[in-house]
Design a protein around this ligand. Structure first.
Ligand SMILES: *Cc1c(COP(=O)(O)O)cnc(C)c1O
Length: 419
């Protein structure tokens, strides 16, 4: 049996997979089992943020794996302490505390639990706890029962009723709708500064500012899901700063790019006081939350290596510069097939003119285009049915971008010719 056959025999069929069998990666390149080379602008869905097998990451994993892999949170873990310190001091740059998980969904579950604690501590006038978290249309927050319920997409919920209660969905970037959705049971607002899975939709700065003002007015927690957008991806250390740098959130979740491929997630909770003497971060006290694997010496050593490269090499600023470079090139294209470019930093999405792509049974136009690009040696990721997403490594070079854009142009020209 080949890999595809073995997978279909023994692995639950939850994924629609491309036929590609990657076997090796280096920097922005990936090789398949037939020796073909691909320019990787998928990066494992924004995970391999410093490219494949960066020597700093590979070296850190090798050294830590040879020394101590796991001990549990029963003990003091120096790598976890140092990783939390650098996240707070060098990246978030606001006083707060971090909890380490193993994935983005778990990180969001942690924020949801923080909102519940907050709603118990500062209840409704009746004395009953507040508990509702408002999220937004086309959002994606994960696949656990909590983060799935937070996700405002029907297709993610299908067949899993009854969902966890305590969520309310509002249209994205619609402040009036949000204002009328806030009620005595509301405890928090959770949003992605750039919706990744939902189609690469940017928040508007006016909306973000308005949400922050409403959160303050109604004493709600303001949470950002930066699982895909954080740690340099959007051209700033933290994604929200690419929109409204003056805003101070109450909680942030991360995963994907922070481990460079080693599984790790985290959430941060602000130290701000919620009454005369209670820091918000103190609500998640001893015994309130936990993870056996979370924050192991190996995971933290890997993440320290990745965040160190991002910080020392100024990769957030590089991502912003590469966005300008890509937008400049795109502005000179004809826009028959790819009609617009959305996103921030190196979380970018091209809108596809669906009429320009021949329909393929059971495939979205984004999947069809991604498959054509793959055949020419470029890996991209669909985001929703009609958006082609590119997620290059944050240290991608200009010549690699030139090559990728040339493949995209050539491929879209084919479609134009077929029209
Ligand atoms: C990928 C993603 C998640 C879920 O992360 P997992 O590690 O797959 O659990 C949550 N939120 C956003 C914005 C994501 O892009």
């Amino acid at each position: 049996m080949n890999t595809a056959e073995t997978l279909s025999q023994y692995v639950l069929p939850t994924y629609g997979r491309f036929p590609l069998v990657p076997v090796k990666g280096q920097g922005a390149y990936l090789w398949d089992d037939a020796g073909n080379r691909y320019l990787d602008f998928c990066t494992g869905i924004a995970v391999c943020s410093i490219g494949h097998c960066h020597p700093a990451l590979t070296g850190a994993i090798q050294a830590q794996a040879a020394t101590l892999i796991h001990v549990s949170n029963l003990y003091q873990i120096p790598q976890q302490a140092e990783l939390a310190r650098t996240i707070v001091e060098d990246h978030v740059q606001l006083p707060g505390k971090v909890f380490f998980s193993n994935s983005g969904a778990e990180a969001n579950d942690g924020l949801i639990k923080t909102a519940r604690r907050f709603g118990h501590r500062l209840p409704q006038a009746s004395g009953e706890a507040r508990y509702e978290v408002i999220t937004f249309g086309q959002s994606f927050h994960g696949r656990t029962l909590g983060s799935m319920a937070a996700t405002a997409q029907k297709k993610v919920h299908e067949g899993f009723d009854p969902l966890l209660t305590g969520f309310r969905y509002c249209p994205f970037n619609d402040l009036d709708a949000l204002e009328s959705a806030i009620s005595p049971i509301t405890a928090a607002i959770l949003m992605e500064p750039v919706q990744g899975e939902g189609g690469v939709n940017c928040i508007t700065p006016e909306f973000m500012r308005g949400v922050a003002a409403l959160a303050k007015k109604h004493d709600l927690l303001l949470f950002f899901d930066e699982v895909q957008a954080g740690f340099g991806r959007c051209g700033e250390t933290m994604a929200w700063r690419a929109f409204c740098p003056e805003i101070e959130p109450d909680g942030i979740s991360w995963a994907k790019g922070m481990g460079g491929g080693f599984p790790i997630g985290a959430f941060w909770v602000s130290d701000r006081l919620i009454d005369a003497a209670t820091p918000l971060s103190s609500l998640m006290n001893a015994g309130s939350h936990g993870s056996t694997y979370g924050g192991s010496p190996l995971a933290c050593a890997a993440s320290l290596a990745v965040l160190g490269v991002i910080h020392r090499e100024g990769l957030a600023a590089h991502a912003a510069a590469m966005e300008r470079y890509i937008r400049d090139a795109f502005s000179r294209w004809d826009h028959h097939v790819l009609t617009a470019l959305r996103g921030k930093g190196l979380l970018l999405g091209f809108s596809i003119n669906a009429a320009a792509i021949p329909a393929v049974e059971g495939k979205t136009v984004a999947q069809t285009l991604a498959a054509k690009l793959m055949a020419r040696g470029l890996l991209t990721v669909p985001a929703g049915p009609e958006t082609l997403r590119i997620l290059p490594p944050l240290n991608v070079r200009k010549d690699e971008i030139d090559d990728a854009l040339a493949i995209i142009r050539l491929t879209t020209r084919d479609f134009t010719n077929e029209l």
